[in-house]
Design a protein around this ligand. Structure first.
Ligand SMILES: Nc1nc2c(ncn2[C@@H]2O[C@H](COP(=O)(O)OP(=O)(O)OP(=O)(O)O)[C@@H](O)[C@H]2O)c(=O)[nH]1
Ligand SMILES: [Mg+2]
Length: 440
């Protein structure tokens, strides 16, 4: 019999028979057995009722050295460490993903394809799940007896509430314990994603708490898309989107989630004209995932110049409120004003929503990546880059700016910006309702 079994047996016995035998049994295996007084004296019969006869003798007056040694003492509490599904990306932060509805599923799939393998997709219809290229064990049907939520957010909410424990179990199994941040992804406007979003955030918080994060609200964020104006012509889509965006906006402002990243499909559809139907969503989702990944990746690398380190990056992720990201390639990097105006445009060219007030930012990261030869040979480039950082500091109302300067093999200068702790863009979300009224 193994030591473990022995110990278990010992524990069982001592639990069952603690009253009668714990002192006697343990005394067999420990030095204390030699202390004669270890065996409790029988209680005088005249004071004992029938019921008391079978209960424990009072150990209260036992001397210190007589405290029995239980097998349990030999156990050591080991930190539970489960790997879950193995990731395959380079980055400073270990993300896990929960996607709900068709949009959420496709976004997490884009991250999965970049190597973020800790991704699960949930839906109320197996049709969407079947089309999603994730392993079957990472897809979950929230079966509510209907094929989908049909844009009814009540059904999406009900589905997640009904399957809460199973989803929590799936996250634990898939993600393991080695995770820093969970992102819940969905499209505002539909029934499944929008309806289940708040419940899934709560499940994600339970999950991160279960792996030892004492401040779950700092480890659970959301990626939410807003519908195009065309989609928002439908009153139900507009109303759904408004409702769920307002709800998550409140959660972000109160610091109950961090960060809230808003992808504005209307803005993107204008930036990507001429795409075929088949190309459209994958190219949007891959761009979003790629940009998100860049910051995680760069913050894990060291630089001979200035490093934006994992702590800097995570301070942006944990700043509460909304976050936006942008990327610009700068052609005229020798001109300091061209570089700084690129930083400004960068924020406009962001795939994300308009309507953010940059002066409400709490913390930002700006990373400049240039080619090796350019970094070695361009006079004043350091000054130009510093000037661009200063411009960003001004634009963001003196938010803390974490800076990074990196080099690679591409002879092009690129500026990546991430801004966190922003106020919710209330006006943009109210426009959704206005769109519907104007076109009705
Ligand atoms: N960025 C992006 N947005 C998407 C994608 N698919 C859908 N959306 C957006 O998400 C919104 C919600 O659509 P779905 O995700 O299909 O809705 P659902 O959550 O499945 O809800 P029901 O179908 O009503 O159960 C749409 O109005 C689109 O604006 C996608 O792949 N990428
Ligand atoms: Mg759907």
């Amino acid at each position: 019999m193994t030591a473990k079994k022995n110990s278990k047996k010992g524990v069982r016995k001592s639990v069952k028979k603690v009253a009668k035998t714990s002192v006697r049994k343990t005394s067999k295996t420990t030095p204390i057995k030699k202390v004669k007084t270890a065996r409790p004296k029988p209680v005088a019969k005249k004071n004992v009722s029938a019921q008391v006869k079978t209960s424990a003798p009072k150990p209260a007056k036992a001397k210190k050295e007589m405290i029995p040694v239980l097998d349990l003492e030999r156990y050591e509490v080991k930190t539970v460490c489960e790997t879950g599904v193995k990731d395959n990306f380079v980055g400073s932060t270990r993300f896990a993903w929960i996607g709900s509805g068709q949009c959420g599923g496709r976004i997490v799939k884009a991250f999965y394809d970049l190597g973020y393998k800790k991704a699960v997709a949930v839906n109320t219809t197996y049709h969407d799940l079947d089309l999603l290229g994730l392993p079957p064990s990472q897809k979950f049907l929230m079966d509510i007896g209907e094929k989908g939520a049909g844009k009814d957010m009540g059904r999406g909410q009900q589905a997640a509430a009904q399957w809460r424990q199973d989803i929590l179990h799936l996250t634990r199994k898939t993600f393991g314990t080695e995770v820093d941040h969970v992102m819940v992804c969905f499209g505002a406007g539909g029934g499944t994603g929008g309806g289940s979003a708040a419940e899934l955030v709560s499940i994600a918080k339970d999950y991160v708490y279960s792996i030892g994060k004492t401040e779950p609200h700092k480890h659970v964020g959301v990626i939410m898309t807003l519908p195009t104006n065309g989609e928002a012509n439908s009153p139900q889509v507009a109303e759904n989107a408004y409702q769920v965006a307002a709800e998550l906006g409140k959660m972000a402002s109160k610091g109950q989630i961090s960060p809230l990243i808003i992808i504005d499909n209307e803005k993107i559809s204008r930036m990507y004209p001429g795409k075929t139907v088949r190309e459209f969503w994958p190219s949007v989702n891959n761009t979003v995932a790629g940009m998100f990944d860049i910051f995680n990746r760069l913050s894990s690398l060291s630089s001979p110049y200035t490093t934006l380190d994992p702590v800097d990056y995570q301070s942006i992720l944990k700043a509460g409120g909304c976050a936006i990201m942008g990327l610009t390639r700068v052609e005229k990097y020798k001109d300091r004003f061209a570089l700084s105006s690129a930083v400004k445009q960068n924020l406009e060219k962001t795939l994300l929503s308009n309507g953010f007030d940059l002066s409400t930012a709490k913390v930002a990261g700006c990373i400049v990546v240039g080619g090796r030869r350019m970094m070695a040979n361009t006079p004043n480039l350091q000054d130009n880059i510093n000037f661009a950082f200063d411009v960003l500091a001004d634009l963001t109302g003196k938010a803390t700016i974490h800076r990074g300067i990196y080099e690679d093999g591409r002879e092009a200068l690129r500026v990546y910006t991430i801004i966190g702790g922003l106020d919710f863009p209330t006006q943009r979300v109210e426009e959704l309702l206005a769109t519907q009224m104007v076109t009705a």
